[in-house]
Structure formats: C-alpha cells, structure tokens
Design a binder for this molecule. Structure first.
Ligand code: SF4
Length: 498
C-alpha cells in the first residue's frame, strides 16, 4: 500500500539515537484508529535521541512506514495490542522479520508489549516479550525510555532496572507481584493534537481528530474488562478538549471529532463539551454512551453534531441476567430513549446483545428477540439499513467479578444465533461475533504461560482457525480447563489492579 499521510514524523537522527519500532499487529486502518498507538508514536518522537517509526501487519515485508527500515534494525520494539486474537500477529511479524521469537534466546531487539489485554493477563506472551507493560502510557513510557538509554549496552541490566512496583513485568525475573501503574490525571503532553491522517481516498471515513475525553469508568459492570482494569474515572479537563479540538482542526485539516471514552455522559462537563463543539461548528461522534445517561437534550446535541445512528448496548433484557451482568437498564427506559431518538431525527439504531450468559435459558433469548421486534414495531426502525443488531458471546474476562464463569458450548451459541436470524430476518441486520473466535479469545484471555508455544505454532501454521486446532493438538493443550469454571489461583493472580 502507498501511504499518503500528513503529520508523519521523519527524524534524520544520528547513529547513536535509539531506534524504537512502534508496532501494531493488525492492518493499517485498525492501527491508525487507535489513539493509544498514536500517543506512543508522538511521545517517543517528542523525546530527543529517540527515533520512533511505525510498523503494521501487511502481506509484504514488515518495513517501517516512515523510512522502510527493517523491523530487526531497531533497539526496542513496542507492540500495542487491544485484542487477544492479534497475539498471533505479533509472532507473524517477528517471523517475517527473522527475529528470534523466544525471549531467552534473543539479545536484540528488546521486545515490549502493552495494552488492555496485557494488563489483564500477560501470561500467554510471557515467553515471547522481554517486558510486558502493566499500566498506562503516562507513568510507563518516560521511565522505560529513560532506563533503556541508561542500560542500552546490557539487556540484562536494563531488565533488572525495571521495577514490578511500577508496572513493569519482566517474566524472566519471575516477580511474585506486579502493580499496575496508573496516571492520576490526564495530561495534554501525552495527547497528540496533530494526528496522522491518511489522505488516501479510501480512508476519507477515517479523517478526524480523536479526543480521549475520559479514561476509566465508574459503572464497573461485572463482565466488562475496561471498566474493571482502568482504575477510577478520570475526566480530561474541558480546557484541554477545547485546545485539542481547535488546534486539531488546523493540524489535521478536518472538522470532524471522535470523542473516546467508556461512557461519555459520565464526564462531568459532557454537555458543555458538546455545546462548545456545536458552537464552533464541528461535527462529532460519541461512540460509547450508557443508556441511563441519555435524555432528550443530549440526543438533540448528538444529532446536531451529525451523528445519525444511535448506538446502545442493552446486552440482555432479561432482568435476572442483566442484574448478573451488573448492567440493568430497565426495558421501559431503553424503549423511551429509542423513541426519543426516533423523534429527534436519528435515522438508524444499533443495539448490542450478549449471549451465552451463565444461567441463560432459551426463554431469555426469545425475550430479547421479542423486545427487538417490539422496538421495530413501535419506532419504525426496520430493515437492514435502519436496525442493526450485534450479538457477542459472553467472554469471561480476568479481573472482573465474572472471571471464573464458564464459556458456553459453541453448538448452543450457534443455535441461539440461528434463532435470532430466523426470527428477525427482514426486520434487522444481525451480525454476530463468531463463537469459534470468541472461544479462542476466552482461552487466550484466561490462559497461562504454556500458550506461548501454542501461539508460535499457530502463527507457523498460518494463524487461521484450522491452524489453531492443529497447534493446540500438537501442543497437547487441554482447552477445556480454560473454558469451564476456573478455580483460583488464576494465571493473573500476581497482577495487582488498584
Ligand atoms: S458502562 Fe460500559 S464501559 Fe463502563 S463498565 Fe459498564 S460496560 Fe464497561
């Protein structure tokens, strides 16, 4: 692919500079939509004596976007990861670059991996990474870059300098406890204003200034990984948001804003943020909103910002199961919000549901289906374009109150999906997250060190579903133990979330 981008940083540098690969184990579009990835890129390059270049997974050779440098020619490789199924892509990128996969056999480059699934349970990658980052960018990155500069001549001394009390997990040192490192406040220094923008025609939909409005979530739903691992809710001050938006329009050559958060209207200045953006003639989208926080005024604000589809996540309408999930939005409340959205000009509705919740009966699935039909009838949101339903199997995640619960049998999940499709054909566009992928995600989320070797074999055999089966068989992995009820101690018991 030919890259045609603005805000790219090309440092000429000196031979003594530290070369840092900022790698994302997925395709370009996914990488560039990740604000965390851009934060790391701009932070590394803001430091004197460091040259940061981007690497993504592609079909060709793994070369940097900035200069075509090879991945192996770096001192540090930092992988940013947001999805467990991308673990295999880390190995693929290393294999393609002829870099030794296992950390104990590798001297250079030093491999560092971070991201939400790593904070939750880094064990499956613990034979591959030299350092796993258990924490947020602000406290972690200044330290790791400083320490690397100090000990760059000795990998051993560098690894020894990283403290498990500051969010650094060095598996070869086998620490008994690692504390996750959090930022107490959100600083502007770490939030890029000029962000990489692709000028390619096929990427027009991506053109925007991304603003992280808030981090953490006060709701702590019992199934939600992000809500449970990102400590307290922290609001980005309105003054910062205004500055990023106004300067971002100039640097990024777009008036479109995407407001990242886990539950936007829990920001104490949420309404003021949207009013400011409207006054300044920005268009914007608010991807994550909790139903309880919505009202007519807020729907009007979002609509005025240009968002035409309302996206909400009831998860289930069964009272019992929603209490179990810790996310019980009364059915009448959901209905009212959807009716208000219709009245205020939203042209389509997207709803997220979870299936395979422990204790779920066929009756509960039928209740969801009945509810969707009822909404379609009452609001007129009907047909593939107007009503979109997303179905995801329940994945028990580490550090959540539901971490030990089982993953449902794939055949039962398939039957439930089939029922949704049969009953709602012509009424809604139904998209499911494949139960087979969800099952692998559960295994990797709750897996231990033995999975490092399986990941390598999986990559070696091609990284698809057939290759996964072959790899677990060859490695004699008993997947059932990761899918059934789990008993403590869990593989992530050493990780201390605040
Ligand atoms: S409101 Fe959303 S982000 Fe927050 S804990 Fe619940 S599911 Fe997670």
């Amino acid at each position: 692919m030919k890259y045609n981008e603005i805000n790219i940083i090309r440092k000429r540098g000196r031979p003594t500079d530290i070369r840092v690969a900022i790698a994302y184990p997925s395709i370009y579009e996914v990488a560039m939509s990740s604000l965390a990835y851009q934060m790391i890129y701009f932070y590394v390059n803001s430091r004197e004596n460091y040259i940061g270049e981007r690497y993504i997974l592609n079909k060709e050779k793994i070369l940097s976007i900035e200069s075509g440098n090879r991945l192996a020619n770096n001192d540090l490789i930092i992988f940013s990861i947001h999805y467990e199924l991308d673990y295999v892509n880390i190995i693929k990128m290393l294999m393609k670059s002829k870099i030794e996969i296992f950390s104990h056999k590798r001297n250079k480059p030093v491999i560092v991996i971070g991201g939400p699934p790593i904070i939750a349970n880094p064990e499956p990658l613990s034979h591959i990474a030299d350092v796993l980052l258990l924490g947020e960018i602000e406290p972690i990155f200044p330290k790791i870059l400083d320490l690397y500069a100090e000990y760059r001549d000795s990998k051993k001394r560098f690894l020894e300098s990283l403290s498990p009390n500051e969010g650094f997990y060095v598996p070869s040192q086998n620490p008994t406890e690692i504390k996750v490192a959090y930022a107490s406040t959100l600083l502007l220094d770490f939030h890029p204003i000029a962000q990489i923008q692709s000028l390619n025609k096929e990427h027009t939909w991506m053109r925007s200034t991304i603003i992280e409005a808030m981090r953490g979530c006060l709701r702590k739903c019992r199934f939600c990984l992000e809500g449970n691992i990102f400590w307290n809710k922290r609001d980005r001050p309105l003054s910062q948001i205004k500055e990023i938006a106004l300067k971002g329009r100039e640097y990024n050559r777009t008036s479109n804003i995407v407001l990242y958060s886990l539950s936007f209207f829990d920001h104490k200045e949420s309404d003021n943020i949207l009013e400011f953006l409207i006054d300044e003639k920005f268009s914007f989208s608010v991807p994550s909103m909790r139903i309880e926080t919505l009202n007519e005024k807020r729907l009007e604000l979002i609509h005025e910002g240009g968002q035409k589809m309302l996206t909400i996540a009831p998860e289930t309408v069964s009272r019992k199961l929603s209490i179990f999930l810790g996310k019980a939005s009364p059915q009448e409340m959901i209905e009212n919000i959807v009716l208000l959205a219709r009245k205020n000009g939203f042209t389509s509705l997207k709803m997220y549901f979870i299936i395979g919740i422990p204790g779920e009966k066929l009756e509960d699935i039928k209740r969801n289906i009945y509810f969707i039909k009822d909404i379609a009838q009452k609001t007129g949101y009907k047909g593939e374009k107007q009503l979109k339903i997303s179905i995801t199997p329940f994945i028990p995640k580490p550090h959540t109150p539901l971490e030990s619960y089982p993953f449902e049998d794939i055949r039962i999940l398939m039957k439930k999906i089939k029922l949704f499709k049969k009953e709602l054909g012509g009424i809604a566009d139904i998209r499911e997250y494949s139960p087979k992928h969800a099952q692998i995600q559960t295994i990797l989320s709750r897996g231990n060190r033995e999975l490092s070797k399986t990941l390598v074999l999986w990559a070696y055999y091609g990284g698809n579903l057939g290759a996964w089966k072959k790899a677990i068989k060859e490695n004699n992995i008993n997947v059932k133990k990761y899918l059934d009820n789990l008993e403590p101690p869990y593989p992530w018991h050493k990780i201390k979330i605040k």
